[in-house]
Design a protein around this ligand. Sequence first.
Ligand code: GTP
Ligand code: SPV
Ligand code: MN
Length: 587
Amino acid sequence: MTTKLPALQQWVDEVAARTQPDAIHWCTGTEDEYQDLMELMVAEGTMAPLNPDSYPNCYLHLSDPSDVARVEHLTFVCTEAQEDAGPNNNWMSPAEGHARVDALFEGAMRGRMMYVIPYCMGPIDSPYSRCGVEITDSKYVVANMKLMTRMGTAALERIEQEGSFVRGLHSTGDLDPDKRFIMHFPDELTIKSIGSGYGGNALLGKKCHALRIASHQAREEGWLAEHMMIMGIESPEGETHYIACAFPSACGKTNLAMLIPPHSMPGWKIHTLGDDIAWLHFDDEGQLRAINPESGYFGVVPGTNKKTNENAFNMITHDAIFTNVGRTIDNEPWWEGKQNGEPAYDWRGQEYDGSEGKAAHPNSRFTVAATNNPSYSSLADAPEGVPISAIVFGGRRKRLAPLVYEAKNWQHGVLVGASVGSETTAAAIGEVGVIRRDPMAMKPFCGYNFGDYWQHWLSLAEKSDRLPRIFHVNWFRQDDDGNFLWPGFGENLRVLKWIIDRCENRVGARETPVGYLPEPSDIDTSELDVPAEIMRELTSIDVEHWQIENQHFAEYLDGFGDRVPQALRDEQQRVAMELEKIALKTA
Ligand code: GTP
Ligand code: SPV
Ligand code: MN
C-alpha cells in the first residue's frame, strides 16, 4: 500500500532509505492484522500467550531489563532557543538533535519490517482531534498502538484530507541505553525515538505527541493538552458532572477513572472518559470541554485487585497485553497485590523463589482497549467532548497536603497546580519516593518552558467567565508507621461528592491561606472506620509545614527567572503573608 498524500509518501521513502528495512507494512488497523502480528511475535519469542481459558487472547511481553520505564534524562525538547524549552526540559538545538539521532537510525531497520501506523488522537470525527503517523520497527509498538489509539485506514483517510500530521519515527535500535534518545522537534511537529521499546518512550502517540508536541500546539492555539484523566460522576438523581484530574505518573489516575462506588453510596455511577490524557478546548459559550485523545489504557498492574479496582481487574482478563509481570505455574499473569495465585516466574522470565525482589516489575503495565472497561462512557466518542465542572490536582504527599481543598479562584488554582509536588514512583527510571516538584503533573511532559506554560494557564481567565473550579486532593497521607490514613480507591468518591457539592454551591467550607477546606463532617464517612481525629487531621493544615513548602516553591520559581508570570509570584506571596499572619497569631 501507499498513500495519496505526497508529503507522507516522501517521508516514508526517506525514512526507508535511511533505515534500510527489509519491507514496509502500512497498518490498516484490522483485527486480522493484530492477530497476525501476535502470531509473528509468538514465533519470534517476544510475546507469550497466557492461559487461554482464564486469560483468553492475552499475551505477556518481557522487555529488556534495562528498558522498563520512561527515561527522562534521555528525553529532549529541541527548539532553536534553549529558553523556549525551559529549565523543565533537557535541550538540544534542532540541528544537533537531528544529527545525533539520524546517525543512530542509519541502517537501524536492516533485517526488520518497517511499520507505518496512521493514527488519530481523539474521536475520528472530532474537530479537536489531531493525527499523526508513527513509523516503527517494533511489532509490540504496533500492537499497543492498535489497542490504545484509533489507528489504521480511517485515520489515514483523515490525514490525507487534512494534509498535516505529526511525524513520529521510532526504532528499538539495539536497546543500548547509551544509544537511547527520545527527541522532540515541536516546531517541525516531529518526534524521533530510538533505543527503547517501552511505553511512553516508544508509543509515540501518547506522551510524545499527545502531551509534549500537543502542549506546544495548544499554547499557540489557545487550548490545553494535559496529563489528566476524565470521568463523569452520576448522582442517584441522574445529574452527571465531569471532572478532569492531573496526578503525576503512578499516582492514581487510572484507578480513579474507573472507580466503583462504595456500598454506602447506592445509585452513584461512574463513567470513564480517559485515564491519562485530556485535551481541553473552549466551546462557543466559553465552556471548557474535554476529549481523551486515547482509546485504550497503558496502566500500572501492581496493586490491581478486586478490592482496589474491580473494573480494571476484570477488564484485563481478556484481550490484553501484559508487560513485565510475573507468571504462575498455570501460565496466568501474576503481580504483587493480585491477591490470588502465586508467582512461579518473575518479570525477567526467571524462576521465582522470592529471594530476588518482586515477581512483577513495579512499573509493569497492562494494555487494553477502552472498550474492555465496563464503565467506559458512551460519550467517549462524542466529537464535542464533555463539559468540565472541576479540575483536580493531586500527588503523593505523606504529610503536607490535606485530603482535599479548593482554590480560591482561577489564579490561585494555577498556583495550586503549579506547586504540585509528589513522591517519585517507578514510572520513570531513577530514585523512588523522593519529593519532586511536578507542576500540573506535567514535569516530564510539558513541551515548552514552564514559565510560559503557567502564563498560558493564567491567560485562560481572559477567555471565559465560566471556568471550572480548581481543587487539590491527596489520597496518600500516612501515619508514622507508613499506614495510609485514608482508605482510597472506591472511597475516594466521598471526596468527589464534596467537590461536586462545592461546584453547585451546596456545601460550605473553611477558608485558610492555602484554600477552602471541608469541615470533617462534610465528608461522609458512614460505614468507614476512619476515626474522627484522623478526619480532623486530614482536613486541617500545619501552618509551619506550609510555610516551608511555600518557601521551597518560591525558590523553585526562581529557577525560571523572568519567565515566571508576575501574577503567579503575587499569588505565592499572598499565601506566604496569610500563613505568616496565622503563625504570628498562634505564636
Ligand atoms: P500513570 O499511568 O503512570 O500515569 O499512573 P496513574 O496516575 O494512572 O496511577 P494508577 O491509577 O495506575 O495508580 C498507581 C498506583 O497507585 C497503583 O499501584 C495503585 O494501586 C495506587 N493507588 C491508586 N489509587 C490509590 C488510592 O486511592 N490510595 C492508595 N493508597 N493507592 C492508590
Ligand atoms: C506515565 O508514566 O505517566 C504513563 C506511562 O502513563 S508511559 O506511557 O510509559 O508514559
Ligand atoms: Mn501517565
